[in-house]
Design a protein around this ligand. Structure first.
Ligand code: ZN
Length: 251
């Protein structure tokens, strides 16, 4: 089952997180083979992609002879201390992490996390690297770019996978009020009882989300997880077809 790109032409990725990830990938990987990779991705050549901590792996059908290649994008994962710090941060102030889920994560959020050494986007300190089974390696190839572009759209569809790539399991987040520090961020039936509530999609419509992000974004998240639940617990990977791509765009 191949991955159909949402964007048939123009920019790829909708959220700041997705677009900025792609922009930084262009800087770090170089734009060589980007156009060829985009043609492949829009032709549906990316068969699947799989996200684990530190790796995006995929299968791409080569353009010429249809052979299968296995490109890979390596990013992170962050070390245990960083993950603990991210979890602590999310517990103290879930705003940035919730924004990732809502697709509203922006440059201000990134700078905020960056100031604590916890930036989510690729940088000199947290670089991207890649591999591929084709003969072009160690140079970047169109398969790596096709995978990168498919992953860029995947970030918008399954933002939790972006955090998983960094090594942060959403289940590790305890989006509850911490100590009595005056924070009003509370998830749980009784704000006076300190609970260590796991990240429960069923609670996503609670006030904390509305307060942190506004009603529209909270509704978006709720819809996202409702969809994920229908799909069997994981966010959907593929989107339904929107007609064949022309794959002819150049820039
Ligand atoms: Zn390759």
């Amino acid at each position: 089952m191949n991955i159909e790109m949402t964007s048939k032409r123009g920019a790829i990725g909708e959220s700041f997180l997705a677009r900025e990830f792609l922009a930084r990938a262009e800087v770090q990987l170089g734009r060589t083979k980007l156009a060829a990779g985009r043609r492949l991705a829009r032709a549906g050549a990316v068969e699947w992609l799989d996200v684990t901590a530190g790796h995006v792996k995929g299968e791409v059908t080569a353009a010429i002879d249809g052979t299968l290649t296995h490109p890979q994008l390596d990013f992170g994962p962050r070390g245990g201390n960083d993950i603990d710090a991210l979890i602590a941060r999310a517990t103290r102030d879930p705003h940035e992490i919730l924004a990732v889920f809502a697709g509203t994560y922006d440059i201000a959020d990134e700078r905020e996390l960056e100031s604590e050494g916890l930036a989510l986007l690729p940088s000199a300190e947290l670089p991207l690297s890649f591999g591929c089974t084709c003969l072009r390696w160690p140079d970047v190839c169109e398969h790596v770019w096709a995978l990168t572009l498919a992953f860029t759209e995947h970030i918008d569809r399954a933002p939790a996978d972006y955090l998983a790539l960094l090594g942060l399991d959403v289940e590790q987040l305890h989006l509850t009020e911490g100590e009595s520090d005056g924070s009003s961020a509370t998830v749980g039936p009784d704000p006076h009882v300190e609970t260590r509530t796991r990240f429960d999609p069923a609670r996503l419509e609670s006030e904390i989300l509305v307060r942190a992000m506004g009603e529209e974004a909270a509704a978006l998240i709720a819809a996202f997880y409702a969809e994920a639940k229908r799909e069997g617990g994981t966010p959907p990977t593929e989107t339904k077809g929107q007609g064949p791509g022309d794959g002819s765009r150049t820039d």
